[in-house]
Design a binder for this molecule. Structure first.
Ligand SMILES: Nc1ncnc2c1ncn2[C@@H]1O[C@H](COP(=O)(O)OP(=O)(O)OP(=O)(O)O)[C@@H](O)[C@H]1O
Ligand SMILES: [Mg+2]
Length: 113
């Protein structure tokens, strides 16, 4: 496979629809697919075919999966506290085509500019 990725800015050009459709197609062909929605207004779930009730029940991954450390030079570093597969099992929601959907955390509040 020779994947090509196109990226376009915010504003309804079909990125989510395309990503969701590809995820479903790969899953229907038997691949294990993890889909992560990092949009603060997530709508990948509807593209993946989750019911409205299932969408309403979605919760973002908690920040506690991350551990922040500081290296010898004082640089901050974030690591996963538990293996990625465990995160998918614990916090993923399965879509009708068996894509496992995860939501990134959302912005708590706006910072100063
Ligand atoms: N090929 C297409 N033809 C017609 N409508 C489409 C097509 N692809 C997407 N749409 C519709 O356009 C709208 C925006 O699509 P989508 O949410 O996928 O865009 P996006 O690039 O993810 O937007 P955003 O930048 O806001 O996240 C949706 O209502 C979607 O159903
Ligand atoms: Mg989108």
């Amino acid at each position: 496979m020779h994947p090509k990725v196109a990226i376009a800015g915010k504003g309804g050009t079909g990125k989510t629809t395309m990503a969701g459709t590809l995820a479903r197609l790969f899953a229907q062909r038997g691949h294990e697919v993890w889909a992560i929605d990092a949009d603060s207004n997530p709508n990948l779930a509807s593209t993946l075919g989750l019911s409205e009730d299932a969408q309403a029940a979605l919760r973002p991954m908690p920040r506690t999966i991350l551990e922040e450390t500081t290296d010898a030079e004082g640089k901050r570093k974030l690591d996963l506290r538990i293996p990625a597969r465990d995160i998918v099992v614990q916090y993923g929601t399965e879509s009708p085509d068996r894509v496992r959907l995860l939501l990134m955390g959302q912005v708590d509040h706006a910072g100063s500019g």
